[in-house]
Design a binder for this molecule. Structure first.
Ligand SMILES: Cc1cc2nc3c(=O)[nH]c(=O)nc-3n(C[C@H](O)[C@H](O)[C@H](O)COP(=O)(O)O)c2cc1C
Length: 363
């Protein structure tokens, strides 16, 4: 019901504009709402769903519920103060790189409306770790904040450790968990860190710089394009090296998820067409990890059922990005209400109890 409000009002306006202009307009509207007395209380009321059944703890961090905003929506930390009021339990800011960079030339985001997909080749546009630190150090801490770090484009792979370390040194004081992003397809060579030796060199190198223990509970974000055998091999390393969990998944570069794949822009594909691929990754990872390490599930969550599916497949936390663009600001409420109703129906008192229980609940 709530989703219709977006479909009939803001969505037609946003979708007439380029995706980046629409994003800027939405930021403008959020700032406007901020100076209108009482406006945020109203927005908060309609977008925020609360239930004690949804409270959870992951990597020693308390979350009001499992749903967060995925990386890329708030690249420089500006939107963190607003996202609390829009019904999210956590926000992953970034990807932030050691140095400021502009990213790729525009246009660099493309909509595929019929499939509710986006293709992006942003290329980590962000103001760099120093400026982001200055900004977020002044913000009042509210919901859980993740710090997602990546490599500056001009930094050579052999100097990547230093670049990630710079970001974590500057931003860790303001974060609750960290993410080593090695899966964005738009920084040449980044996905190469998903190969065993490079992975160990990078992650081990970062850990060493912090005297053998990460400055925050640290997650690694992986691509949906990994072979299952490669994923399983990486998970062994993840367990050995002391990471706190994995984020599955980033965008895919496999254009065949779209029907007209020979005519698709270059970049990472997200949205509804990614759902199956990323859920499968969560399922495979959960079969290996069980409750040893948490999984954050992201990719193609567009509604309640696709969100629940990720949790049943093994995700302790879930995140959205593209679904928010297509379905609008009431999506967090819709998703959380759906999951809570499911818990009620099944007589379950905590969302943690259904993580990875897909088979049981389907039978
Ligand atoms: C425009 C755009 C920019 C993104 N930027 C980042 C980023 O900077 N870092 C990152 O780790 N993921 C980034 N992502 C990937 C998302 O965090 C998420 O993993 C992916 O889009 C799948 O989720 P979705 O289908 O809900 O969008 C971006 C996605 C989009 C659509």
């Amino acid at each position: 019901m709530r989703d219709w409000i977006y479909d009939l009002t803001l969505k037609p306006l946003f979708f007439k504009m380029s995706p980046e202009d629409a994003h800027s307009l939405s930021v403008g509207l959020l700032n406007l709402a901020n100076v209108m007395p009482g406006m945020y209380e109203i927005i908060h009321k309609f977008t925020t769903y609360k239930s004690t059944r949804l409270k959870t703890e992951v990597a020693g961090i308390q979350f009001d519920h499992p749903l967060g905003m995925a990386a890329g929506f708030d690249k420089s930390g500006d939107l963190y103060p607003f996202l609390k009021r829009l019904g999210f339990s956590h926000v992953e800011i970034g990807t932030v790189t050691g140095q400021e960079q502009e990213g790729n030339p525009k246009p660099r985001i493309f909509r595929y409306e019929k499939e509710e997909a986006l293709v992006n080749r942003m290329g980590f546009n962000n103001p760099g770790a120093e400026k982001v630190a200055q900004k977020i150090s002044k913000q009042k801490k509210s919901i859980v904040r993740g710090i997602n770090a990546g490599k500056t484009k001009v930094v050579l792979p052999e100097n990547a450790v230093e670049d990630y370390v710079k970001t974590f040194r500057l931003l860790s004081p303001y974060g609750d968990y960290g993410v080593i992003n090695i899966s964005s397809p738009n920084t040449p060579g980044l996905r190469g860190f998903q190969e065993k030796d490079s992975f160990l060199e990078l992650i081990g190198g970062i850990k060493k710089e912090f005297n053998g223990s990460f400055p925050l509970p640290m997650f690694v974000k992986l691509a949906p394009d990994l072979e299952e055998s490669a994923l399983l091999e990486l998970l062994d390393l993840v367990l050995d090296i002391g990471l706190s969990g994995v984020i599955l998944t980033n965008t895919t570069i496999n254009k065949t998820v779209l029907p007209y794949f020979d005519n698709v822009e270059t970049g990472g594909i997200s949205g509804r067409v990614l759902r199956e691929k990323s859920t499968r990754m969560v399922q495979v990872a959960y079969q290996k990890l069980g409750s040893r390490l948490p999984i954050i599930g992201v990719g193609g969550i567009m509604d309640g059922p696709s969100a629940l599916e990720k949790i049943l497949a093994g995700a302790e936390l879930i995140q959205i990005y593209t679904g928010y663009i297509y379905r609008g600001p009431f999506l967090p409420y819709t998703i959380l209400e759906y999951i809570d109703n499911f818990l009620k129906k099944e007589g379950v008192s905590s969302v943690r109890e259904i993580v990875g229980k897909g088979v049981e609940f389907r039978s």
